[in-house]
Write a protein that binds this ligand. Structure first.
Ligand code: UD1
Ligand code: CA
Length: 455
């Protein structure tokens, strides 16, 4: 059946104490609402409706270009009122899944289970059991196990408050029935709001068997109301990621000290030391080792390569059996061949390095094409920028570049050429030649170092 998803995100989020709309606060480097949308999309809905109230321009900007139906809720008159705003665009024959923009960690499988439960009835609600159910709507079940009502904390009796099964807020309803029930709800409650939860007793009165689907892992359905809960949710997310990685054959030095803010794909026997952050899409092949305190964003690292501590790598591809770091920086467009070595305080940008090439210390390699088996000495700089344009440095195979060399681009160095240390190379160097541009050393054996004058 035609599925419509309605994500509630109109709440003010006062307790965040923030200029940013609550659902744009991030979990794992992405807005909470983005996670909910992602999970919802996996269920292949016909339309995804987002009910919003505050921070409209920020929300629209954050999700620009995405196919979403933005529904504005002028005044926040309650969850029932919020859902009603989306109904005009939903046909009676559809089914409606209601999600919360501030409940970011719910799993696709859990929602699939909820959807399956609703196939035999008009209304199914996702519930969970809490040691401390305070603040949540309680699930009041009838003798046959169907839900008779959801009672909000403020409206609950003493006996009802002792119920530990609570409403997560997530539910699935048959659209026609939902429309009928929402037309009947009244703001006759402690908060004077139109409660979505009141549709449950209306359904029960019609003889509908309202099914409660309990979710075992309550962390999935936790909401975020303040920054403490946001931080708590971040840890829940990261714990899940760490567990996923370890199950896939990755060794984590400490599963509590890794942050994955994107998609990290690892083959087996990858080792990741403490304090690493992964952003965007990162692929680590078999046996890759990542040292402590590295940041990798949109990188692809091949088999057996070792990234030593404190590296910042972005948009780089690194071949097999290479060694990078400690303290190396690879910027977008860095393509390092197999068995290359990049050492400490080396920056590489938009450069390809052939197999076995080494840049071991204190160098800048930008806008360069470097062959195989090249040795770039300490302190070498490709001077790629003339103040207006960037130029290319080409270095052939088996070139030896002495330390403290400046290569003034555009410039080409032929295969097998040697550049003497301390040179400033302004013209192309042919194959096999030696290029030297340093000032010859002078010696004065009779020279006497000046002394301080006696006073
Ligand atoms: C709601 C449920 C409660 C459940 C709890 C789970 C109702 C009446 N109660 O209570 O049973 O245990 O969630 O967290 O539904 N929202 C709007 N527009 C509104 C009001 C709310 O979009 O007019 C959105 C909020 O942004 C939020 C969600 O709906 O994402 C829930 O609203 P909230 O006011 O937090 O509901 P609770 O009182 O926590
Ligand atoms: Ca809430």
């Amino acid at each position: 059946m035609n599925l419509h998803v309605v994500i509630l995100a109109a709440g003010r989020g006062t307790r965040m104490k923030s200029a940013l709309p609550k659902v744009l606060h991030q979990i794992a480097g992405r807005p909470m609402l983005a996670h909910v949308i992602d999970t919802a999309r996996k269920l292949a809905p016909q339309v995804l409706h987002i009910v919003h109230g505050h921070g409209t321009s920020e929300l629209l900007a954050a999700f620009a270009g995405q196919e979403l139906d933005w529904v504005h809720q002028e005044d926040q008159r309650g969850t029932g009122h919020a859902v009603a705003q989306a109904l005009p665009l939903i046909p009676d024959a559809a089914r409606v899944l209601i999600l919360y923009g501030d409940v970011p960690c719910v799993r696709e499988q859990t929602l699939a289970t909820l959807l399956r439960a609703q196939e035999t009835t008009d209304l199914a609600v996702l519930t969970t059991r809490l040691v401390d159910p305070q603040g949540y709507g309680r699930i009041v079940r009838g003798p046959q196990g169907f839900v008779d009502a959801i009672r909000e904390e403020r409206d609950a009796s003493e006996v009802e408050r002792s119920i530990d099964e609570v409403n997560t807020g997530l539910m699935v309803a048959q659209a026609g029935a939902l429309r009928r029930w929402l037309g009947q709800i009244q703001p006759h409650n402690a908060q004077g709001e139109l409660y979505l939860t009141d549709i449950v007793s209306l359904a029960a009165q019609e003889g509908v068997g309202v099914v409660a689907v309990p979710v075992a892992d309550e962390t999935e359905v936790r909401g975020v109301n303040d920054r403490l809960q946001l931080a708590g949710m971040e840890r829940i997310w990261q714990t899940r990621e760490a567990e996923r990685l370890m199950r896939a054959g990755v060794t984590l030095a400490d599963p509590a000290r890794i942050d994955v803010r994107g998609d990290l794909h690892c083959e087996t026997d990858v080792f990741i030391d403490v304090g690493c952050v992964f952003e965007g899409t990162v692929r680590l092949a078999q046996g890759v080792r990542v040292g402590p305190y590295c940041i990798l964003r949109d990188c692809h690292v091949e088999t057996g390569t070792e990234i030593l501590s404190h590296c910042v790598l972005e948009g780089a591809r690194i071949g097999e059996g290479a060694r990078v770091g400690p303290y190396a920086r690879l910027r977008p467009g860095s393509e390092l061949g197999d068995a290359t070595h990049i050492g400490n305080f080396v920056e590489v940008k938009k450069a390809t390095l052939g197999e076995g090439t080494k840049v071991n210390h204190l160098s800048y390699v930008g806008d360069a094409e470097i062959g195989r088996g090249v040795n770039i000495g300490a302190g070498t700089i490709t001077c790629n920028y003339d103040g207006a344009n960037k130029h290319l440095t080409r270095i052939g195979d088996d070139v030896f570049v002495g330390s403290d060399t400046q290569l003034i681009a555009p410039v080409s160095i032929g295969n097998g050429a040697t550049i003497g240390a301390g040179s400033t190379i302004t013209r192309d160097v042919p194959e096999g030649a030696l290029a030297l541009s340093r000032v010859p050393q002078r010696l004065r054996e009779d020279w006497v170092r000046p002394r301080k004058k006696d006073k």
